[in-house]
Design a binder for this molecule. Structure first.
Ligand SMILES: [Fe+2]
Length: 241
């Protein structure tokens, strides 16, 4: 099976500045993007899994999807603030690619803004009309993300690796993490691990601060298993660490 993160015919990567790589940004970005690709692939089916009138299920599913919407938005905000300006300044030949990615972020944000009130309405009413509209909007967002999250990895990350340090990359990740409670981060860490292949999971886990790793082992893994089996009754819970 070919790797999802592959350039398609006609696509061109930003010119990669000479010199050594200062960070392992491509691999790190791939690992984060996998969980978003998975979540939005599942989102339409999750919305449709609530029967009309089943507000208990709709509010549970809606809450989880709302957290993903925020995680995605904050991920893009961090890149807009802490990655693209550095790329454009330090590698001006990449400025056009940076602008294209920021424009794709804007398109994602526009969809998230339209989704938000619809999601909240559906959570309280679980009506089939709002549910179908919401499912279709998530499917549309998923299609956009399959392009954006792939192209950011293939077209800009090789250049980012030459101009941003590991510390700068880590501070961008921290900026995102600071927006969420530890409990949310712990439950979602399980999903991040589960959506990455063995080998990559261990690499990802190594980058997590030791106290969070311990808290994950004590609490996060359980939260993840409970959340997964509530979202997908009857499905086997995918392995994590
Ligand atoms: Fe990204």
């Amino acid at each position: 099976m070919s790797d999802f993160f592959t350039m398609h015919p006609g696509e061109t990567a930003a010119p990669v500045p000479p010199g050594p790589a200062l960070c392992a940004g491509t691999a790190a970005m791939r690992r984060v993007h996998r969980v978003f690709l998975w979540a939005y692939d599942e989102a339409p089916g999750l919305v449709r899994s609530a029967q009309p009138g089943d507000t208990e299920r709709a509010s549970y599913v809606g809450e989880v999807l709302g957290t993903f919407d925020r995680l995605l938005h904050v991920h893009h905000e961090s890149e807009d603030a802490l990655m693209y300006p550095k790329l454009s300044q330090r590698a001006p030949a990449c400025a056009l690619h940076a602008e294209q990615m920021i424009e794709q972020h804007r398109q994602v944000a526009e969809r998230l803004v339209a989704i938000e009130p619809l999601r909240l309405q559906w959570m309280t009413a679980a009506d089939s009309l709002a549910g179908e509209d919401l499912a279709q909007r998530y499917a549309d967002l998923s299609a956009l993300l399959k392009v954006h999250l792939r192209r950011e990895v293939t077209e800009v990350m090789p250049a980012v690796e030459k101009v941003m340090t590991e510390e700068e990359l880590a501070s961008m990740a921290k900026h995102s993490q600071d927006e969420f409670s530890v409990k949310v981060m712990l439950a979602y860490l399980g999903l991040v691990l589960a959506t990455n292949p063995p080998g990559e999971r261990e690499e990802l886990f190594k980058d997590i601060p030791a106290p969070i790793r311990l808290a994950y082992r004590l609490l996060g893994r359980r939260l993840y298993r409970k959340q997964y089996s509530t979202l997908f009754p009857g499905r086997e819970v995918p392995a994590t660490l």
